[in-house]
Design a protein around this ligand. Structure first.
Ligand code: IMP
Length: 202
């Protein structure tokens, strides 16, 4: 049997790797940065999701062989001029502190009539230090005033996707994963890789 091509996810977050593995199916052997000690820690110094996703994909693809996939995501709120955007994970003042992030969002949105927002996810596919393609997935919605629900992470308890009346936290994982920004970007990656492997087998 022929060995499957490798897809290395430029992350150390096992949850992200598992999500990507389940969507890409078994045509690729999906690994991540934890399997490659030579993978550098990458500073996310970009000012856009695309810049940060590129830094991660190119950084890893210079030191490991195979397809490398990275992502960068966050929340854009219209009434805040697109903030927190690329600074979503440290909006509250401390990297990765979701309760602080949510508290700041509630504070800044207090009394605002305009509640529109979206989650955006940008993914970059790279090989041998070169970008091959990039993809973007968006889910539109609105920010509510008081957190609701217990599932998910980050801003999920404050975000209601368009067409629904419950937050991502109330809707739960299955519904969220069927319409999330990450799922939408990943569906495009899966299509791209499928076309690529068809081309290679012709
Ligand atoms: P990352 O690109 O996955 O590291 O996400 C950056 C930050 O964006 C996270 O720390 C969260 O604050 C926010 N974020 C990204 N995706 C989601 C999501 O699906 N739900 C809630 N918050 C998210």
């Amino acid at each position: 049997m022929q060995a499957r091509p490798r897809l290395i996810v430029a992350t150390r977050n096992a949850h992200k790797t598992a999500e990507i593995r389940s969507m890409i199916g078994d045509r690729y052997e999906v690994l991540d940065a934890t399997h490659f000690p030579q993978c550098p820690e990458i500073d996310e110094t970009g000012t856009t999701f695309l810049e940060n996703a590129r830094l991660k994909a190119l950084g890893v693809s210079r030191v490991v062989e195979g397809w490398v996939l990275s992502d960068d995501s966050g929340l854009e709120v219209d009434a805040l001029g697109g903030a927190p955007g690329v600074w979503s994970s440290s909006f509250g003042g401390e990297e990765g502190n979701h309760p602080l992030n949510n508290a700041r969002l509630i504070r800044e949105m207090a009394g605002k009539f305009e509640r529109r927002a979206r989650f955006r996810c940008t993914m970059v596919l790279a090989r041998s230090g070169e970008e091959v393609a990039h993809f973007s997935g968006v889910v539109e919605g609105r920010i509510i005033e008081v957190a609701r629900g217990s599932e998910g992470f980050g801003y999920d308890p404050l975000f209601i996707p368009e067409g629904y009346s419950e937050t991502f936290s109330e809707l739960g994982e299955e519904v969220k994963n069927s319409l999330s920004h990450r799922a939408r970007a990943l569906a495009q990656v899966a299509d791209f890789l499928r076309d690529l492997s068809r081309g290679e087998s012709n």
